[in-house]
Structure formats: C-alpha cells, structure tokens
Design a protein around this ligand. Structure first.
Ligand SMILES: [Zn+2]
Length: 322
C-alpha cells in the first residue's frame, strides 16, 4: 500500500494502466509479460483506486475524475489476456477497457502479434532473434541504401521513455518503424519464418481472442474500444484517407460484431497526428488514450495518459516480482 501511495504521488493525475502481455504454460513468455500470480498481486495493490469503465467515462464527461483514479486497459485483444488476467478481474469484480484491432476478427493476419509470437517462440533468447534479424537485414539488396542511416543514428536515445527496452530492442524498433518500408519488413520477416519452418496457420488461433470471448466481455460490461483495424506501427505517418480507413473499418466492424458503438480508443504505438484526432472526432470517439504518461496543456480528450504496466510493477514491487 505504501508503495502504491508513493506511486500515486509521483503520478498525481487520473490515468489508465496499459496491459499487454501475460504468460503461463500455454501462452509463452514475451518481453515484459507477467504471470497470473504477479497479475493478482498487482491488481490487489491497485484495486482501491481502480474505477469501472462506465464510471470512468461518466466522470470524464463531467470533469470529475480524481487524481488517484485509475482504469485498467488491455491492448490487442489477446487470448493470453483473457485466459490469464480476466479471471483475476472477475475475482475482484473489476472490469476494464479492451482496445482491439479487428483485423484477426475479420479473418486476416495481424502481423505485429504474429511476429512477436514468432520471435518469442522460435529463438532461444530475444537477442538470438535480433542477431538473426540484423544478419538477414545485412544480406538484403536494399541494405546498402540504408546502411548509412544505421551507422549514424544513436539508437540508445530512441523510445527512451521506455526505460526497460534494451539497446537492441530500440535498434530493432527503429529499423522496423522508421527505416524499412512495410514491404521490406514483411519480406525480411517471412524469410526468417521460412528458415524456422514456422507454422503461421496453427499459430493464429493461439494468439487472439475470438468473437465468443470478446462478446462475453462486452456482455459483462467490459468496454471494447478502437485500436486501429490492422495496428499500423506508425499511424500518424499515414495519409488522411489511410487513417480514415483504419479507424472507420475498426469502428464499423466492432459495431457489427458487438452491436455497440464505441466512444473510446487507444492510439496504436502512441502514433497519431491532427488528422487522426479529426477522424476520431468524426467517428464519435470521445476519449482517446496515449501510451505514456507525458502531460501537455494542449492535449485533448483524445490524448489521455496511460502507464505501461511494466513501469507500474517497477514502482510497486521492485524486489518482489523481478
Ligand atoms: Zn497496440
């Protein structure tokens, strides 16, 4: 409790806690993933400040959120979240916001999570994956054209708000998000998956929640929100029309599948620009979450803060959970 009070005094404003990854004997560990036991300890220590999603929306609309109010959010609609964290939420009578990409619900492949699963299960360590990735990159015909950029960029300073990223985490994300075109990146990853005989079809069913799980959450009063249809890693660099397609499709599919119109969202990879905000407003989205705790006077209702659960854990249980 003491640690949580200290945490709240360090972040004295209402915010969401952003959860992504959980592991157990079925769902493999991923960077920053936590076990059910850790999840239990975490929820137990923050439950006095957690408010239910509909109450969050109501208080937000009325400008009545307190500085200690916290809401729980999950991104990507992952089955591991449903299998591992959802029972703990049930145990405490807590509900959450679930920001989902609709691409997998539409029978298509969402590459971000597929690639994450691949790098977490087909390599002994994440460093082995990076080694293979950087090596494969150096063999590409387009490598010469990007080599200069790679030599001169200071990777250590990229994404430095996420202190838990290693040097190679930063380097990989920079190359993926800022250097390679989407075609080059997918080509490189498919080469690596082929080398490892990775079975894509078999894997898809293990990663995401399906309609039964999502419908159950929605029927029980959890709130499902937007996170882009296909989770582009750099939404804010896409054209107005591309972004409009991403969010409109995401919005329409959720309405079609769940019979409810969402008014809340989270920005994938924290990437957005003024066009994004205009599009979301037009779609009737009232609240949007970022993926860090930066606060600015100019931020709108569509740019609310969220804390990564890894940072929360660091604050609460420095010794206990590591
Ligand atoms: Zn995301």
């Amino acid at each position: 409790m003491k640690a949580f009070k200290k945490y709240l005094s360090a972040y004295p404003y209402a915010h969401g806690i952003m959860f992504h990854y959980f592991h157990n004997e079925i769902h493999p560990p991923s960077q920053g993933s936590i076990t059910q036991e850790q999840c239990l300890l975490l929820f137990e220590s923050i439950r006095s400040s957690v408010i239910q999603p509909e109450e969050w929306i109501d208080k937000f609309r009325k400008g009545r959120l307190c500085s200690s109010d916290i809401c729980i959010t999950f991104d990507h609609g992952l089955l591991s979240q449903y299998d591992i964290a959802y029972p703990i939420l049930q145990r405490f009578g807590m509900r959450a916001f679930w920001f989902v990409n609709t691409v997998s619900l539409n029978g298509e492949i969402e590459h971000l999570e597929l690639y994450r699963y691949f790098r977490n299960t087909c390599f002994k360590t994440i460093e082995d994956f990076y080694k293979a990735f950087f090596f494969a990159l150096s063999k590409q015909p387009f490598f010469e054209a990007i080599e200069n950029t790679l030599h001169h960029f200071n990777f250590s300073s990229y994404l430095n708000e996420f202190h838990f990223y290693t040097y190679n985490d930063r380097k990989y994300r920079y190359i993926r998000d800022k250097v390679l075109t989407s075609f080059q990146y997918h080509l490189l990853m498919s080469q690596l998956m082929m080398q490892k005989d990775f079975d894509v079809d078999k894997t898809l069913k293990k990663i995401w929640m399906g309609m039964p799980e999502l419908k159950k959450l929605s029927d029980e009063g959890h709130i499902i929100g937007l996170h882009g249809h296909s989770h582009p890693t750099q939404m804010g660099t896409l054209s107005f029309d591309e972004q409009k397609r991403e969010y409109t499709f995401n919005d329409e599919l959720l309405v079609k599948l769940l019979g409810k119109k969402s008014i809340i969202m989270a920005h994938p990879n924290n990437s957005y620009n003024q066009d994004t905000l205009k599009i979301l407003q037009k779609l009737g989205i009232e609240i949007g979450f970022r993926s860090n705790m930066i606060q600015k006077e100019s931020f709108t209702a569509l740019e609310q803060p969220r804390q990564d659960h890894t940072i929360l854990i660091d604050n609460l249980f420095k010794e206990r959970l590591r």
